[in-house]
Design a protein around this ligand. Structure first.
Ligand code: AGP
Length: 630
């Protein structure tokens, strides 16, 4: 949940270094700020000492501090943007934290679960603490080991050995980066249950929470495994386990284009990513079926015979990704006839779920680092289930720990509120469902080809909605003073209603709630009063007419009680006009694929209303892009 950057370049005075640590670290933090922005800090090693600055609030506050109190030139440094867990977002609690008399600096992402007992042990040794954070305890432990256990002597393994010994004591989830004044050309890092990747340069090396931390400098990355320590210098990268045994990382090429992580001319990443959606769906479909419509999911490295024996699917996800799973459930059950449950990851393992070797676990995660989902996947694996990850972040932890992965190719999603990843997740889940139907013979090849053909038309249909975005934006701006908005949907429209409500909550900070349309009369209809805005996602009249008729009557129910109805309906559906204050028409498409279209107006609406309020739509308050703590 925090952004982490580390850098070592050639020491100045030798071959002239290409980059200053300050520049590399700040650029990395700028790209990683979406991971958390309660505070930011940086430490460099120069002139035999550690120099550090840190400030609460956004990165711009740290930059102002650095302008007022510059750091010395340095080619070794670490930086951090924080999403507060232990201790509020204050200057004191900001990272880095110092120890060993100010000669050691540490930054951390995650939660040290046994920090209280370690703190007590260190207090009894006379260590004093300035912050409320678990990170400062880790820094003090590392400094104590380095100074008192190893005698502060590089001959005894120095900072690397100290990190190994410290990590043997730590419990919980952590990515740690440390520098020490005694070793000015080294950054040492460790990871357990928290993201960390290495960037390989020429005469310089990098560390980042994800590749955007160093993408401006190199596309060569090394993914680290669980419980590993990495020591980088300008010329070397050495990996061990927590006990010093040599280990290997897996090198890969980063396929992100730095420019694509920028805003592409839009005022916000949020708007850019909404407009990226036709391509996100297209890219996710690309290369996964042949001309005959036969699906070729090569990355699905699970024995086909095992997939044929699957008798239950459990989808694990949180937030928007869970709504993608709920949409997928309707399609997978319809196409494959496999019972499919959708579980919130953080609830799953505490309800004693029934999981066995015939259960297929499908995790859905944009970041691939959501701790709730990672821990749920691990639990399911312990119960013997096979696991497939639907994920948007190459080399992230959840796919690495799954038996197979189906990457969405939505490109980097920087805005905290998820949009294009949501559509890509639904697309990938459809592909998985069709693949299972193909493998198990539930669908003829021709049927699958027809569905793939319908899916292939989605990008252009999404584009047509985007081309008409101005009208939806006006509607959003006109409702800038709305205090509450309700969203109704049935069948696959129900998770869309939930997602529409979540977008509005996340971006505009107003009360919004999604309901199953049929549920309204069982209580929530009491909320309806004169002028209450209610969005209704209407299924195609060409599908099950009973579904359509029932939703139209739901519109009448709320309309009769004074609601201001905004209806999303299929082009040509005139039946809704009489009961709608506003109708937003979307192109015809098969019912099961409709969420890929009906979601888009709700995203545009939420963005417009939040923008009219003047809110930061890329980094909404209290949120982080990747929730890497449970
Ligand atoms: C999406 O708008 C939210 N920011 C949030 O609900 C998110 O979907 C959830 O935290 C899951 O994240 P993941 O997809 O990276 O696992």
């Amino acid at each position: 949940m925090c952004g982490i950057v580390g850098y070592v370049g050639r020491p100045s005075g030798q071959v002239s270094t290409e980059h200053q640590a300050l520049d590399v670290v700040l650029e990395g933090l700028r790209r990683l700020e979406y991971r958390g922005y309660d505070s930011a800090g940086i430490a460099v090693v120069a002139d035999g000492a550690i120099s550090s600055r840190k400030k609460s609030g956004k990165l711009s506050n740290l930059i102002a501090e650095l302008e007022a109190n510059p750091l010395p030139a340095a080619t070794t440094g670490i930086g951090h943007t924080r999403w507060a867990t232990h201790g509020g977002p204050t200057d004191q609690n900001a990272h880095p934290h110092l120890s060993d008399g100010g000669k050691l600096a540490l930054i951390h992402n995650g939660i040290i679960e046994n920090f209280a007992e370690l703190k007590q042990e260190l207090l009894e040794k006379g260590v004093t603490f300035q912050s409320e954070t678990d990170t400062e305890v880790a820094a003090a432990l590392l400094g104590d080991i380095y100074r008192n256990q190893l005698g502060g002597d590089k001959a005894n393994g120095g900072l690397t050995k100290a990190m190994q010994l410290a990590c043997q004591r730590l419990e919980g989830a952590f990515t740690l980066l440390a520098v020490h004044a005694d070793q000015p050309d080294v950054v040492v890092a460790a990871r357990r249950n928290s993201p960390l990747v290495v960037g390989l340069g020429e005469g310089e090396n990098f560390l980042g929470s994800d590749v955007s931390g160093f993408i401006d400098y190199t596309r060569r990355a090394v993914e680290l495994g669980q419980d590993q320590i990495v020591t980088i210098t300008a010329e070397s990268v050495e990996i061990t386990d927590f006990f010093g045994a040599p280990a290997e990382g897996k090198e890969y090429h980063v396929n992100w284009d730095p420019a694509s992580a920028e805003k592409g001319g839009f005022p916000s990443f949020m708007e850019k990513e909404i407009h990226d959606q036709p391509d996100a769906v297209l890219q996710t479909l690309l290369g996964r079926s042949d001309v005959d419509g036969k699906l070729t999911l090569d990355e699905l490295r699970i024995d086909p015979d095992l997939l044929k024996s699957v008798d239950k699917i459990i989808v694990l996800a949180c937030g928007t990704s869970a709504y993608a799973g709920q949409v997928a459930k309707y399609a997978i059950e319809r196409w494959c006839r496999i019972p499919t449950e959708v579980e919130l990851s953080h609830e799953f393992r505490y309800r004693d779920p029934i999981v066995d070797a015939q259960t297929l676990i499908v995790s859905i995660s944009q970041s691939g680092e959501t701790m709730d989902t990672l821990m749920a996947v691990r639990y399911a694996k312990e119960q013997g289930a096979k696991t497939v990850a639907i994920c948007n972040t190459n080399g992230s932890t959840i796919p690495r720990e799954s038996d197979a992965v189906l990457y969405t190719h939505a490109g980097p999603e920087i805005a905290v509120a998820s949009t294009k990843a949501f559509l890509a997740q639904i697309t990938a889940a459809y592909l998985l469902g069709l693949y299972l139907a193909q493998l198990r013979g539930n669908k003829f090849q021709g049927e699958i080809k027809d569905i793939l053909s319908d899916l292939g038309k989605i990008p252009e249909k999404v584009q047509s909605i985007l081309d008409d975005a101005a009208r939806i934006k006006e509607l959003g701006e006109s409702m800038v003073d709305a205090k509450s908005v309700l969203f109704l949907g049935r069948h696959v429209g129900f998770p869309v209603a939930m997602e529409g409500a979540l977008k509005l909550k996340e971006l505009a900070y107003i009360h919004a709630e999604g309901f199953a349309a049929g549920e309204l009369k069982h209580g929530p209809i009491a909320l309806i009063e004169e002028g209450q805005p209610v969005f209704v996602v209407v299924p195609s009249p060409r599908g099950r007419d009973s579904l359509h008729a029932k939703v139209v009557s739901n519109i009448q129910e709320v309309r009769a009680r004074g609601a201001k109805t905004i209806v999303i309906a299929e082009e040509g559906d005139d039946a809704v006009k009489a009961f709608a204050e506003h109708v937003i028409y979307i192109p015809e498409t098969p019912t099961l694929l409709a969420p890929l279209l009906t979601t888009v107006p709700l995203q545009i609406f939420a963005l417009a209303l939040a923008s009219a309020k003047g809110y930061d739509v890329d980094q909404p308050r209290n949120l982080a892009k990747s929730v890497t703590v449970e």
